[in-house]
Each structure stands twice: as C-alpha cells, then as structure tokens.
Write a protein that binds this ligand. Structure first.
Ligand code: 5GP
Ligand code: ZN
Length: 114
C-alpha cells in the first residue's frame, strides 16, 4: 500500500506537504516542483504503485484518469486542451517510482515528445 522510502508516499501520508490541487479517497493531485508548463500538476494514486507496468487495478487506473480530467477543469484547461503524460521506467524518462500522471497546460504543446 505504502513504501517508506517513496517521496510521493510521504506526500500521501502528510510527512511532506505538496501544493495540493485536488484530493479524494483514491488520488492526490499536486503542483510539480519543476513546472514544464504554466500549469503542471501530478496526479498520483494514494496506494504505492511503482510504475504503469505494475498497475493491475482498474479502479486505480480509472480514478487517476478521472482525477486528471477534474484537475484540468479546476485549472481552466478544458476549453483549449492540455497534455497528459505517464513516463514509464528508464526509457520513458521516469524519475520518481510511484505512478503519476502529468497534467500539463496553459500553452500549446508540441509533438512528438523528445
Ligand atoms: P517523472 O520524470 O518521474 O515522470 O516525473 C517526476 C516529477 O516529479 C518531475 O516532473 C519532478 O519535477 C517532480 N518532482 C520531483 N520531486 C518533487 C517534489 O519534491 N515535489 C514535487 N511537487 N514534485 C517533485
Ligand atoms: Zn509511493
């Protein structure tokens, strides 16, 4: 459920206090410390799941996706649109091994990503 050495688990437990944008029983959403866009929010499940490759609970998957949509609405991104990203493991560029979904917005995004 929780990993004592995990940065994002410490945010769920309250040991570290992020800038929270949205929270419910299943997920926490907070501002990225190093924003890559005018709006950059991370959505995490409250249970410790290291990577997308480890995810096997459809309820957690749905809760994260729906929370991303809610964050976009709260941040005023829904009309113009936004980017969601899940980096998975080394080649995906994942740095924190607690599953998280990036919600990026407030400017036009480019494609393809690097
Ligand atoms: P990843 O590269 O794993 O997909 O994304 C990890 C994200 O976590 C990065 O965008 C990074 O800026 C963010 N991050 C790392 N440490 C902290 C922290 O202590 N607080 C917050 N709010 N974000 C963090
Ligand atoms: Zn964790």
């Amino acid at each position: 459920m929780s990993d004592n050495d995990c940065l994002f688990c410490k945010m769920v437990s309250g040991d570290i206090s992020p800038d929270i944008v949205y929270e419910n029983d299943h997920v926490l959403a907070f501002r990225d410390i190093n924003p890559r866009a005018p709006v950059h929010v991370l959505v995490i499940p409250k249970n410790h799941v290291p990577t997308l490759a480890d995810l096997d609970n459809p309820e957690i998957a749905a809760q994260c996706l729906l929370a991303a949509k809610t964050v976009a609405e709260l941040e005023g991104l829904s009309e113009n649109g936004y980017r969601t990203v899940i980096n998975c493991k080394q080649w995906g560029g994942q740095e924190v091994y607690h599953l998280h979904l990036h919600v990026l917005g407030g400017r036009a995004m480019t494609w393809p990503p690097g």
